[in-house]
Design a protein around this ligand. Sequence first.
Ligand code: MN
Length: 245
Amino acid sequence: MKHTLFISDLHLCHTRPAINALFERFLRDIAPPAEALYILGDFFEYWAGDDDLSEPFHTAIAQQLSALADSGTRLYLMHGNRDFLIGAAFQRAAHITLLPDPTLIDLYGQPTLLMHGDTLCSDDVEYQAFRTQVRDPQWQQGFLATPLATRKAQIEALRQRSEQEKSSKAAEIMDVNADTVAATLRAFNYPRLIHGHTHRPAKHVHTVDGKTCERWVLKDWYASGGYLRCDAAGCVAHSLEIPAS
Ligand code: MN
């Protein structure tokens, strides 16, 4: 049966070999029969710029993706808050199409809105201000003009600060805002919604203006992995366990 897969928040990094092996298995055993694979952001732990493609780990990932694309599965990638600097060179190397956030698709007859999910977390005012800054094309141009090593060091420092902040921020601030979700569903004429980012995998059912909308939150790839499989009959979430060594 024709079907499409969705993943997000893999946070791929050379320091997490078990997850990388799990992703390789996913690409080999699960993804090939799918018509399309959508990666909805935070695919990499961080992306300092396409000039980092020559790093062997990044080259290997791009090769694995391009092999899947060449075997007939269409690949789409949406930026997350960690890998929004993925650009045209990565797109070419991985045979993947970059998608804007949000993107509305027709999924087997059902309008489906795809997002990374960070814009739904509107209670985190500080983060939204940071997001506006770093998504500005001029800011990005300036940042990418600095040496790769400098960029990596800055991102590393930022990640450490954000880890500390996360532990002091209230859990509710880090989740989606219900009004923002409702406004988004209304703006796109009550679609099904699929997003990641919050690391709170679930199927929610929202009633907005008397209309019922499913909201699927994708699983992160930390202790285990997972994906959402959708066909004409609907969506089902699957988890992927790291084999015991
Ligand atoms: Mn994220």
